[in-house]
Ligand binder design. Structure first.
Ligand code: GZL
Ligand code: ZN
Length: 342
């Protein structure tokens, strides 16, 4: 926007004398950011959007052009092309799925507009098509959750029990789904657990409930439900209870989840969700740090993984080990919940 704005303002100031120059000066410093967001499918996504909007505010010296793609890739492609037309200074993309970005990212590169990828990853032929990525290690999230389940079952004397898991997956093809599913599948093989059903819940509560209902009709031996985000867990819990079964530490079914949103950790406090693995949505400040470095002509890390914690209903499992690294597990309390940013 800077470029176009300056040209227009120069024309105006020629005609209208000095007054327009002040406007130009003000606009000259404004950094225009085009943000293509996946949608508003989950509490996590809402927190992520909030973080971006509060960071890239006018007061902070930015003009944010925000687009909600309603979880459709074609809407993201259109949004990015609009950002290019508007000659934004930076494009930020939260990609709904990993593939299908090469052409539009090449167009942004040809237009000289840096692209920053947040949250999920893009799978492109040439990674010079984006300047930087900041997000989560989704497979590690899955591995941590599964290491927790193994330790929890052992501690509860259930190490030899037949474990029948169902996997309510996220949006198929999204990095969060790919990684969390991989973590589950590797663990099920390693520990001899049965994955009796696997279906996408599209990261939404409604779909999560619908999928859980159908799984319960097909299988009466489910004892663990692996939800790939909190909103699916909310739906699954409703379906389980409507079917007359119980969740929680002494219930029929253990429900595990990801995102550690406020609502998710509230269910963890009650035990409805037995373990919630953090996926941190507060990417606004991280993206701003990248943009500031680029503005100063400094190098930026190509990929930056965010640190993430784990929360559980109780302190049966105090830490888990994945690839020789230890990760603490925090027993959730109202006090911790009240202090969290999202
Ligand atoms: C994870 C993010 C996922 C969340 C879901 O970083 O991509 O998308 O886990 C959201 O809640 O829908
Ligand atoms: Zn994460």
């Amino acid at each position: 926007m800077k470029k176009k704005m300056v040209t227009a303002l120069l024309a105006v100031s020629m005609l209208a004398g000095l007054s327009a120059v002040n406007v130009m000066a003000a606009d000259d410093d404004t950094i225009t950011v085009g943000f293509s967001q996946v949608g508003a499918e989950s509490d996590w996504r809402t927190a992520n959007t909030e973080s971006m909007k509060s960071t890239f505010s006018e007061d902070n010296g930015y003009e944010l052009i925000f687009d909600d793609a309603q979880q459709k890739q074609e809407n993201q492609l259109t949004a990015i092309r609009n950002f290019i037309q508007q000659e934004v200074d930076y494009i930020v993309l939260a990609p709904v799925t990993e593939t299908g970005w090469d052409t539009v990212l090449q167009e942004a590169k040809d237009a000289g507009i840096p692209v920053i990828i947040v949250d999920r990853m893009v799978d492109v032929s040439d990674d010079s098509l984006y300047t930087a990525w900041v997000g989560s290690n989704f497979k590690l999230e899955g591995q941590k959750a599964m290491a927790w389940l193994d330790a929890y079952l052992e501690a509860k004397g259930r190490g030899d029990e037949e474990i029948n898991l169902v996997d309510i997956q996220g949006t198929i093809g999204a990095s969060a789904q790919i990684g969390r599913t991989e973590g589950l599948e590797e663990a099920a093989k390693e520990y001899g657990w049965n994955i009796v059903a696997q279906q996408t819940g599209e990261f939404t509560q409604a779909k999560g409930q619908e999928v859980m209902e159908s799984m319960l009709k097909q299988h009466d031996n489910i004892n663990v439900v692996y939800c790939e985000n909190d909103n699916e867990a909310f739906g699954a819990i409703d379906a389980i209870e409507a079917a007359g079964k119980t969740v929680g530490p002494d219930g029929d079914i253990l429900v595990m989840s990801f995102d550690t949103t406020n609502a998710g950790l509230t269910d963890t406090l009650s035990g409805k969700i037995i373990c919630d693995t953090e996926c941190n949505p507060l990417h606004g400040p991280r993206v701003e740090e990248i943009i500031k470095k680029l503005e100063d002509g400094k190098d930026v890390e190509k990929k930056a993984y965010v640190e993430e914690e784990m929360f559980a209903y109780d302190d049966t499992v105090k830490s888990v080990k994945v690839d020789d690294k230890d990760y603490d597990v925090t027993k959730i309390t109202q006090e911790i919940l009240d202090k969290r940013a999202y």
